[in-house]
Structure formats: structure tokens, C-alpha cells
Design a protein around this ligand. Structure first.
Ligand code: ZN
Length: 389
């Protein structure tokens, strides 16, 4: 049982001076009179574990310090992926969606079976890379989607356009329609890397969620709101990571000097995009960081960018990684809120993120599925908030 003075319920509400009763892996009740107290989290802010809708959990730096990409199968890469999972969990993220590597499947399963600590992982396994005609016929694309499902994918990841600044659609509308329609038929969600005109195409194709989205027009965003298509824009962590580790990433033709030179300005462009997107009524903006090598465990930094630099209200930022994030995963009946019957994914931070968003850096308590993985009260909190053992 957890005692709390301030609880953000994940849905936009705040509970005061209450207790959360845990039974096994689940939240059994919210009852201010329940006892005895196992974890006294008064003086902290308690909230549902965060959901990061877009990570590359296996992406790491190699033994030489350089970017080793994702999907490596060396011992170093394997341990690095396990370490990324641990760091992500310690940062308060109890569920992540991995979009792009078959190497994630055994990591996902090891965590699910309780053999490794980490966040609950949903993964696409591999991806569909748009390559124009070569992407395949509609039937071939549909067959690939089914193959991914058979291989254990939880969702389908599709690359439908070039990168942040250039490149048109890399798949036709017909190809995208086939990919997302087949995913729907197979009961899988579809996430589409899309910039500019690919955003509208993915929306029209009935895909679940658009990743990135830069270059979408006002009309495109309104159409997404109308259709209920989720959007997952980034606000700074990804590009800051690249800039911070430039020497490790620099490797033409993918990571070039010109590319890095453009990144500073691009951070602003992303934040301007978020400022525009958040004003579209009904547009469902989820929290996804695109965490790569060097970002894992720092996933919460994008909250700070979103609020401080992107004009997002702190409560909206929290809900984007709680209820809304859970809805985007089709898991709102299991995670994303603090309510009876849901998984006991509960975190606590020193500070109040509604008043100072940088509090998201100070995660001191992490419970996932009723198991406590972290309980490190920071110095300076009252002695009577430390549990009596
Ligand atoms: Zn990504």
C-alpha cells in the first residue's frame, strides 16, 4: 500500500491525501483509510508509470564508442540493450514501444517473463521500408505484415517518407493503404514514419499513428484529429542527443557535417511544429521520444522541451505519456491511469511537474506490475516519509 499526498491520476485529475492499495500486480483500490502503509510517498508526486511511444531500445554505442546502430547481436550489443531497458525503467518509463529491430523481441520476452528488469515492451520487430516500386505490390506488402505478426510483432512500423528536411513519399498511397489495412485486419496497429505529404497519406490509409509529422499542413493535422489518428512529434531530446554525441555518430553518408550543422535550427522547427499541433482541437498528441543510443534513461527530457519550449501545458504533457499513450497502444484498460483494476505501474518524483517540469528528472520510486524496482528517496525529504520497515 502506498500513501500519497499528491497523485496525478494519468487522466488529467489530481487526488490529494489518499492511499493506493496494491494486490499482486494490480491496483486493488484507492482508499484514503486503507492501511498499513508500505511506501510512504507523501511529499512526492505520484503518477502512473510513463509510456514512451517511440524508442529504439536496442540502439547503442559499440565498444569503440561509436554508434553501433540497432539490431546488433554481439555480446556488447546484447548487454547494451538490456542496460537500455534498465535505464529506461529507472527513469520512470514502465512501458515503451520499440519501432524497428527484430533484436528487441527476445528482450521483450525476457522482461515479460521476469528474467530481466525493464519496461513492458511492445515492438514492431522489423519495419517496412518504403522504396518506391521496390517496396512491393499490395499483396507482397500484405504478406510481409502477416509475416511480421507470425514473428511476434505487436505492431507494424512503416517508413513512408524521406527524413526531417527532405525527400518525398517513399511509398504510394496504394502501398500504404495495403500496409495499414492488412495491419488492421491482423489486429495490429500501424505506426508510420511520415513527413510532409506522407502525413496525409498515412491518415487517409487508416494507419494508427504518425511518427514525427513535420511539414504537415494545418489541414493535414485537422484531418488527423477528425480521423482519430495519433501523432507523435518530438521536441528536442533526439536532436540534442545527436549533437551531444556528434563524434560518435558522425559517419557519412548518413550522419554528415552538414546534417549536424542543420540540427540546431531543426530543434526550433520541431518545437514550432508542436506549438502549432497543440492548437488543433481534438488532435491526439502522444509522447514518443525516438530514443536512440545516448538517449536511453533520459526519455523524460522531452517533457521539458515540450513544456518549456513547445508551449504544452504540463498536465497535457503528463497525460500524453499516461492515458493518451495507453489509448494509442490500445491498452487503456491495463495501463496509463491510477485506478482500481489497472496494472500497478506507479512512479513518484521529487517535486511537482505541474509547477516545475524539470521535476521529471527526479524519479525516486518505480513500481511496475506491483514490483518495486527503485525506491531512492532524495535527501531533503522529511524523515517521516521514509517507510518504517
Ligand atoms: Zn525512430
Amino acid at each position: 500500500m502506498i500513501a500519497a499526498s499528491q497523485v496525478l491520476d494519468g487522466k488529467g485529475g489530481v487526488l490529494h491525501d489518499t492511499r493506493i492499495v496494491i494486490d499482486g500486480s494490480k491496483i486493488a483500490a484507492i482508499d484514503p483509510k486503507a492501511g498499513p502503509v508500505d511506501y510512504d510517498l507523501r511529499s512526492l508526486t505520484v503518477l502512473p508509470g510513463w509510456i514512451d511511444a517511440h524508442v529504439h531500445i536496442t540502439w547503442s554505442f559499440g565498444p569503440d564508442g561509436k554508434n553501433a546502430g540497432e539490431g546488433g547481436t554481439t555480446p556488447e550489443a546484447t548487454y547494451a540493450a538490456a542496460s537500455n531497458a534498465w535505464l529506461t525503467l529507472m527513469a520512470g518509463f514502465t512501458t515503451v514501444q520499440d519501432v524497428g529491430s527484430a533484436a528487441t523481441i527476445p528482450l521483450r520476452d525476457a522482461i515479460a517473463q521476469g528474467r530481466l528488469p525493464g519496461p513492458r515492451i511492445l515492438t514492431s520487430g522489423g519495419s517496412i521500408f518504403g522504396r518506391g516500386e521496390q517496396t512491393g505490390t499490395a499483396d507482397e506488402i500484405r504478406a510481409f505484415v502477416r509475416k511480421q505478426k507470425a514473428a511476434g510483432a505487436d505492431l507494424i512500423k512503416i517508413y513512408a517518407s524521406g527524413g526531417m528536411t527532405r525527400g518525398t513519399m517513399t511509398m504510394s498511397q496504394e502501398q500504404l493503404n495495403a500496409a495499414c489495412d492488412e495491419a488492421n485486419k491482423q489486429g495490429l496497429r500501424s505506426l508510420v514514419h511520415a513527413y510532409r505529404d506522407a502525413v496525409r497519406a498515412a491518415t487517409l490509409a487508416g494507419c494508427t499513428e504518425v511518427e514525427h509529422g513535420l511539414g504537415a499542413s494545418e489541414e493535414d493535422l485537422k484531418l488527423m484529429a477528425q480521423r482519430g489518428t495519433y501523432i507523435d512529434p518530438q521536441a528536442g531530446l533526439l536532436l540534442e542527443t545527436y549533437l551531444q554525441y556528434k563524434d560518435r555518430y558522425l559517419a557519412p553518408p548518413y550522419y554528415t557535417e552538414e546534417g549536424f550543422a542543420a540540427m540546431k535550427g531543426l530543434i526550433q522547427t520541431h518545437q514550432d511544429f508542436l506549438r502549432r499541433a497543440r492548437l488543433i482541437p481534438g488532435l491526439k498528441i502522444v509522447y514518443g521520444t525516438d530514443a536512440v543510443a545516448g538517449s536511453h534513461g533520459r526519455n523524460a527530457e522531452d517533457f521539458i522541451h515540450r513544456v518549456r519550449d513547445g508551449g504544452v501545458r504540463p498536465m497535457d504533457a503528463m497525460v500524453s505519456a499516461n492515458l493518451l499513450g495507453a489509448q494509442a497502444l490500445g491498452m487503456a484498460d491495463q495501463i496509463g491511469s491510477i485506478a482500481p483494476g489497472l496494472e500497478a505501474d506507479i512512479i513518484a518524483i521529487a517535486g511537482d511537474p505541474l509547477k516545475d517540469i524539470t521535476g521529471v528528472r527526479r524519479v525516486v520510486f518505480v513500481m511496475r506490475g506491483g514490483v518495486v524496482y527503485k525506491y531512492a528517496p532524495p535527501v531533503g525529504i522529511p524523515a517521516d516519509s521514509v517507510p518504517q520497515l
